[in-house]
Design a protein around this ligand. Structure first.
Ligand SMILES: Nc1ncnc2c1ncn2[C@@H]1O[C@H](COP(=O)(O)OP(=O)(O)OP(=O)(O)O)[C@@H](O)[C@H]1O
Length: 706
């Protein structure tokens, strides 16, 4: 008999019975409240609730009082506004059950997202974001004695019961308490499963996982859990989420340790605690890539933050520059050579330009055009660029100088249309195929600026005058390691006096060389006093993936080992040639999708071209999607994409189709790219190569010099 089918011990049966009875009681109480509300008896309902809360306050333990008072105030203001009280969703009214034994006796609390009480029926659903008791849930284990200050009062007692519960469409489907994980099967029978299978929300019955076999059963079942990770925040994460509203916060941690999770829950808490000061319209989340922007919007909606703006860094830069220069449009060049872009984003340029700008002048030359010319003067000054490259200490090659000068010459050339402005016959400025005479010629670049120049131009303008940008109540930067110092300078102009912001980042995942270091980041944002939290547990990746990720980083890996849960071994598959590798992947995908139709699979190639090549093998399949601009749908199926598009994302299964020496040579940048790709895995990873496998994947390569 498999572990999953072992008969249930008596205590497990008792827990299930107790939780099912509790859910039934909550649902019938909610139904009664809903009926009253439908009969237009809202105000009576509110009066009754208020009465019950008053009674409750007279007998309550001290620890309960702040919660009860807060709830009474909420009800009173609803009555004043003659509104109806919002009821919890009966299909998923709460996500955890806490029973506390304190001086006032024993009390059950249910943690959810909407407060509701019918004390007569013994039902107290509390909002995790504001109820003081939530702190006990997140910071203590079952059996612990607790001691917490709720406002001025010290509350003490014992955590008698602490259970996570998953309620799907009104049915209790899972209970997690200490090491015990109980799960309701499709037919309604309950069973006990191992805790390792339950540390992430998704997942069905585990099959024996072997490296040569793709599939662990984790993606076989679809779970509709409305609360997701809110129920599972650990004590460290909860502390970070509850950081004071005006305290800037830096959340660090390895891939998949919950940095995004913490940042988004902090937003939810701010918006809930102080809606006047932190209205959603004045909070913003900025992320480097489109895929992560889409994912963040999906994660914000169930937290009640559907109106918080999420922007990619590029979209935010363009909108901010337009506003700073008061221009309806800016002619951008989108094909900046990578080396030129690297130079423009490097901290050495920030320092050199600050020195070159020197004492601010007050000649009023702050139009985009004037500043662009000044910046071009710097880019065309060989001695200046030489000093930048030397200050970069090997992170920028000497060839960056000529490339930048040549690129600038083309951008500052007189646009052909301007040169030919004496030609009044418009038809003569069009080629025979109807396109502009500049298209596809170097002249198309004339008069354009690079995206990377926008924050630099704003920096130059700010030396003379204010940028006049609207301040925000709170800014979140996710993947903060990918923001250049100039971009951070522009972000600082958005922060209000309180400098309320959250940065989430991991220097091991930086995309370009030239990360300035966290102290420079904080310095640039003028938040040197930011609180820092370092998350220690890798929740996303199973241990074999965590170990491979460390190996790939070589001596860049952080010293502290990262905890990961047990999971399927990494599958390594090597083929003499590429066609064989692709055929093998195509077959494995067909087989996996047939067995686990709810799974999400990421085929993460080293480049968009390599992604296109592997996509050809599966393009006729309805479940295969080629994702090139971050347009992920987060639906089950297979996304064929590249490593540049997947930061911050995760998939049940990840296949690296071209882990070759050419795609990932032994250098720091390749280590970080491969590390990002590997750590997108939440259940199982396959590493496929042909020709010569990347040395970063072999123990010798891990130790190789950079
Ligand atoms: N305390 C927790 N218990 C269980 N799962 C968690 C916990 N915290 C986060 N997770 C889950 O772990 C996964 C990774 O979380 P998240 O994306 O926030 O990590 P991250 O550190 O931002 O990752 P990355 O470095 O890749 O950007 C998500 O599926 C999230 O729901």
């Amino acid at each position: 008999m498999s572990h999953a089918e072992a008969p249930l011990p008596d205590n497990a049966r008792a827990i299930i019975d107790e939780e099912e009875a509790l859910l039934a009681r909550v649902q019938s109480t909610l139904e009664a409240a809903r009926r009253k509300s439908a009969r237009g008896q809202d105000s009576q309902g509110l009066v009754a609730q208020l009465q019950v809360l008053r009674d409750d306050a007279s007998t309550a333990a001290e620890a309960d009082l702040p919660h009860i008072f807060a709830q009474m105030n909420q009800l009173r203001s609803l009555m004043e506004r003659q509104e109806t009280a919002k009821l919890p969703d009966p299909h998923a009214p709460y996500f955890a059950h806490l029973r506390l034994q304190g001086t006032g006796g024993t009390r059950d609390y249910l943690l959810g997202r909407t407060t509701f009480a019918d004390v007569g029926a013994g039902v107290r659903v509390i909002d995790w974001r504001f109820a003081p008791v939530a702190r006990v849930f997140y910071c203590y284990e079952e059996g612990d004695d607790y001691e917490e200050y709720f406002g001025e009062r010290l509350a003490e007692g014992n955590v008698e019961t602490r259970r996570l519960v998953v309620i799907e469409r009104g049915v209790l489907t899972r209970i997690i308490t200490g090491p015990l994980v109980l799960e309701r099967g499709e037919g309604g029978a309950w069973r006990s499963v191992s805790r390792d299978f339950a540390t992430l929300q998704s997942g069905g019955a585990g099959t024996a996982a072997r490296p040569e076999f793709l599939g662990t059963g984790k993606g076989a079942r679809h779970i509709d859990d409305a609360f997701g990770v809110t129920a599972m925040l650990d004590a460290e994460q909860y502390e970070a989420v509850t950081t004071g509203p005006d305290q800037p916060l830096l959340v660090l941690g390895s891939a998949g340790s919950g940095k995004t999770t913490v940042a988004l829950h902090r937003l939810a808490k701010l918006a809930f605690d102080e809606p006047q000061k932190f209205p959603q319209a004045r909070m913003k989340l900025i992320v480097p890539e489109e895929g992560l922007a889409r994912l963040s919007r999906r994660l914000l909606a169930p937290l009640g933050l559907g109106n918080v703006a999420v922007q990619t860094r590029d979209a935010w830069l363009l909108a901010t520059a337009r506003s700073a220069f008061n221009l309806p449009g800016i002619k951008l060049w989108h094909d900046t050579p990578p080396l030129v872009s690297r130079l423009k984003r490097h901290p050495a340029l920030r320092r050199a330009l600050a020195a070159r700008v020197g004492v601010p002048k007050t000649d009023g030359g702050t139009t985009l055009e004037r500043l662009r010319q000044r910046l071009a003067d710097a880019y065309l000054d060989r001695r200046f660029l030489d000093s930048v490259v030397h200050a970069a200490k090997g992170e920028l090659p000497l060839t960056a100088i000529d490339e930048t000068m040549e690129h600038t010459r083309l951008q500052t050339a007189t646009p052909l249309a301007k040169a030919l402005r004496d030609i009044t016959d418009a038809e003569r400025l069009v080629t025979v195929d109807g396109r502009s005479i500049e298209d596809d010629t170097p002249d198309a670049m004339a008069g354009t600026v690079d995206l990377d120049d926008l924050p630099i131009l704003m920096f130059l303008k700010a030396q003379h005058t204010s940028l006049g940008l609207e301040r925000l109540a709170h800014v979140v930067l996710d993947e903060a390691e990918d923001f250049s110092l100039f971009e951070l300078f522009a972000v600082r102009q958005l922060l209000g006096k309180g400098r309320s912001c959250t940065l989430a980042g991991d220097e091991m995942q930086q995309t370009d060389a030239g990360f300035a270091g966290w102290s420079s980041v904080l310095n640039e944002l003028d938040i040197r006093d930011a609180a820092t939290c370092r998350l220690q547990v890798s929740y996303r990746c199973p241990r074999p993936v965590v170990e491979l990720a460390r190996q790939v980083l070589g001596d860049q890996a952080p010293e502290a080992p990262v905890n990961g849960r047990a999971g399927a071994p990494v599958g390594f598959h090597h083929f003499p040639d590429e066609a064989q590798a692709q055929l093998f992947i195509g077959e494995a995908l067909r087989d996996l999708v047939a067995r686990e139709p709810h799974a999400s699979v990421g085929v993460i190639a080293s480049s968009p071209e390599a992604a296109q090549a592997i996509y050809r093998v599966v393009e006729d399949q309805p479940w295969a999607r080629r994702v090139s601009d971050g347009e992920f749908t987060f639906e089950p199926g297979v996304d064929v994409t590249d490593v540049g598009s997947v930061k911050g994302l995760e998939f049940d299964y990840v296949i690296l189709p071209d882990a070759t020496a050419r795609a990932y040579p032994v250098d720091d940048e390749s280590r970080r790219r491969l590390h990002v790709a590997v750590t997108r895995t939440s259940h199982q990873l396959w590493v496929v190569s042909s020709g010569v496998r990347s040395r970063l994947l072999t123990p010798e390569g891990a130790a190789a010099p950079r």
